[in-house]
Design a protein around this ligand. Sequence first.
Ligand SMILES: [Zn+2]
Ligand SMILES: [Zn+2]
Length: 364
Amino acid sequence: MQALVYHGPGQKAWETVPDPTIEAPTDVIVKITSSTICGTDLHILKGDVPEVKPGTILGHVAVGIIVEKGDAVTTLDVGDRVLVSCITSCGRCRFCKEGHYGLCTGGGGWIFGHLIDGLQAEYARVPFADTSVYKVPEALTDEQVLFLADILPTAFEVGILNGNVEPGDTIAIVGAGPIGLAAIMTAKLFTPAHIVAIDLDASRLQRAREFGADVTIDNGSEDAVAAIMKLTDGLGADVAIEAVGVPATFELCTELVRPGGRVANVGVHGHSATLHLETLWIRDVTITTGLVDTFSTPRLLKLIADGKLDATAFATHRFPLDETMSAYDTFGDAAATHALKVVLEAEPITAVPTKGKELVGARA
Ligand SMILES: [Zn+2]
Ligand SMILES: [Zn+2]
């Protein structure tokens, strides 16, 4: 089969590799029909994630069809269409039993495109299939559910739920990339009073408004702290969500939050940030961090199936799976291409042929 293989920092290739085979009786083999590229893949290619060994197939998001199953798989069958999530669950360890699948110590957690071969491939081996994949309702397209494999539950669990967002809250979301936009989308489920998006890029702020932010702040030209204080009678935001992953944005969140408020970090950080305890110690602020567990995926899937949530607006570009290298170029140059998410399609699934072109009016 063909797959996107990591060959060390800065190096990758779409190439022929051996077909995956069943290695444990709890495995299935999935024929990938749709996949996508994540910001984390770009981090890996920069060499930021040294656990990823050269030779590993990248990718941790896919929809596909089961073509083979191990003897111990009981709730899935060949032919089932499934969402393969970024998080795998052994179902047996202490953390899996508590719903913290992201912390799985039994061989699961974030393994695809990290510790084992990933999903930017024609086929993939999926371990612990019974406890890790989600059957996709027939009525839904790949694109409707694809972003449930990572960005939607990540923003919802690590941002909105960890931040304990409540009706009437003012939420400041720092960073309006795909994760920040997914936080805006899922924050709306709780009817906040204000969703404030803060970013340095005007086109990202425009997207944030389209996704549902009612206030946007360009913190290159505006003082974000002053703007939030003005909006909240000098108190600060009830919840500040960090969706970038650099020290300055984390520190900004701790300045934006009101006394007694919550800072939820979602961004992936590569450097230490300063925790200003000299101002925070007296302010009763809660700070949370985390990797997604995906315990909310069934709930989000139900909202999509019931038409209450539509994530298709994230799909700005589409490529055939065998043009994954070009898709990386487009995704990696988002400042110029305005890409949010690129969809890699193994076969034509959508009605509109939009290969590599930006979709006009793609937002639902
Ligand atoms: Zn990801
Ligand atoms: Zn586990």
